[in-house]
Write a protein that binds this ligand. Structure first.
Ligand SMILES: O=C(O)CCC(=O)C(=O)O
Ligand SMILES: [Fe+2]
Length: 262
């Protein structure tokens, strides 16, 4: 990455903190929020993606200030000095900022309106009901012990996949910088139909989910195991509300828990 590009990024972060009339639309969800909206104990607004069980979104998860300090913390790790580096993984002891992020995920889930119902229901019949994260996952120790930071340049994304089975259920993804559309498709979406000598789509639906900077998405249950997720940032694929999103650099932080090996 060139020095000029870095300076541009710094300008971008400053604009996001202090505002710039031409950039206001990037944070339109957040301009109505005040700082207390992000504080511990504040009830978070969660959206459930209705087509996919276990897919939950907290759009207003971290403030623009927190986003820029997270980006600085990532930059200070020195993982992405070289332009060829676009991914860093940590296992076990996570950096302090990632532990804090994990704590914020915990707080945000706990503070959701849905949790009260879940706790009662969990006690009632042990069933997993609709909530951002079921209590058996939320209360495990630690909640997350593995982290991946991904940096995507414009046009770069991630192919459709289900996260590896070596990770437990309950995956959190925090988005920074450029917004993007993540698409979800069912794992078993095609089957061979001899009458037409080819594969037919059974449930070919692709569910687009808009990930704004500062958002948190949680995948558990069906969303984690029965749906693939992908981000295709090639021209023509990042369409949201009829508009092609402009492609900037995007950074994401994924938090997971490794399966315990006996
Ligand atoms: O970058 C993202 O938002 C998703 C990353 C992801 O799906 C993964 O690392 O498994
Ligand atoms: Fe993934």
């Amino acid at each position: 990455m060139g020095e000029n590009e870095k300076l541009d990024d710094e300008d971008e972060i400053l604009k996001q903190i202090f505002g710039d009339s031409s950039e206001d639309e990037c944070f339109e969800d957040q301009t109505v929020m005040n700082d207390s909206s992000y504080e511990v104990g504040h009830i978070r607004k969660w959206e459930q993606v209705k087509e996919i069980k276990g897919l939950w979104l907290c759009r207003i998860f971290i403030s623009p200030q927190q986003q820029s300090s997270l980006l600085s913390a990532i930059r200070n790790e020195g993982w992405f000095m070289d332009a060829s580096q676009n991914q860093a993984m940590r296992f076990g002891n996570l950096p302090t900022w990632a532990v804090e992020l994990s704590d914020s995920v915990y707080e945000a889930v706990l503070s959701s309106n849905h949790m009260t119902d879940t706790l009662t229901m969990d006690r009632y019949n042990g069933d997993k009901v609709d909530c951002p994260l079921p209590s058996d996952i939320l209360w495990r120790e630690p909640l997350f012990d593995q982290m991946i930071a991904n940096v995507y340049q414009p046009g770069e994304g991630i192919c459709a996949h289900v996260d590896l089975m070596r990770f437990e259920d309950g995956i959190a993804i925090v988005s920074l910088e450029s917004p993007c559309v993540m698409h979800f498709t069912r794992v078993y979406e095609t089957s061979y139909d001899p009458s037409i000598k080819g594969e037919v789509d059974l449930l070919a639906s692709k569910v687009p989910v808009y990930l704004n900077p500062g958002s948190l998405v949680i995948l558990w249950g069906e969303a984690r195991y029965l749906w693939k997720h992908e981000i295709n940032r090639k021209p023509g694929f990042q369409i949201w509300e009829g508009q092609e999103l402009s492609q900037e650099r995007r950074t994401s932080i994924t938090l997971r828990k490794l399966c315990h090996v006996e």
